[in-house]
Design a protein around this ligand. Structure first.
Ligand code: FEO
Length: 170
């Protein structure tokens, strides 16, 4: 049996991860409209990963006999004008998600819920990667994005991203 607060926070995080997927779908749509299919692809793959995060949490709660309650997913409301906007919002959003994962981890720690701490370890590590790749994208855009050839190369690089299933299996 899981600690009640930890279980509730993980349930809430399912919604946040689904919102992340929704947000990144919105970014993908923005880039597709700008003719940057590579950037659009990158965020489409990212949206799939976020959905995976939600499903992993859902399955973890089910494995532990907990009831899962889904709630409405918020509408993505970021105003996207410049090509760099989604990248900046994406980085900010990942920092926010890191804080949420840390809060759940802290609750698990306080409750001596070692099982959930072990489960969350994967997400702690994942957030390091998520923040790093979001930050790298901003830096590359600032360095190369103002030049059409540079932007073309970046778009080609992001077009090559392919979806891979999460390394965590439940
Ligand atoms: Fe599910 Fe981007 O963290």
């Amino acid at each position: 049996m899981l600690d009640k607060k930890v279980s509730q926070l993980i349930n809430e995080q399912i919604n946040k991860e689904l919102y992340s997927a929704y947000l990144y779908l919105d970014f993908s749509i923005f880039y597709e409209q700008q003719g940057l299919d590579g950037f659009a692809n990158w965020y489409m793959v990212q949206a799939q990963e976020e959905r995976d995060h939600a499903i992993l949490m859902l399955k973890y709660l089910q494995l532990n006999g907990e009831k899962v309650t889904l709630s409405a997913v918020e509408k993505p409301d970021k105003e996207l004008n410049e090509l760099i906007d989604p990248l900046k919002f994406g980085f900010e959003h990942e920092q926010y998600v890191t804080s949420l994962i840390n809060d759940i981890y802290a609750a698990a720690y306080d409750a001596k819920d070692f099982r959930s701490m072990q489960f969350l370890d994967w997400f702690v590590k994942e957030q390091l990667e998520e923040e790093k790749s979001a930050d790298d994208m901003i830096k590359k855009m600032e360095l190369f994005g103002n030049d059409s050839k540079g932007l073309y190369s970046l778009d080609a690089e992001y077009a090559a991203r392919i979806y891979t299933a999460p390394s965590l299996v439940l």
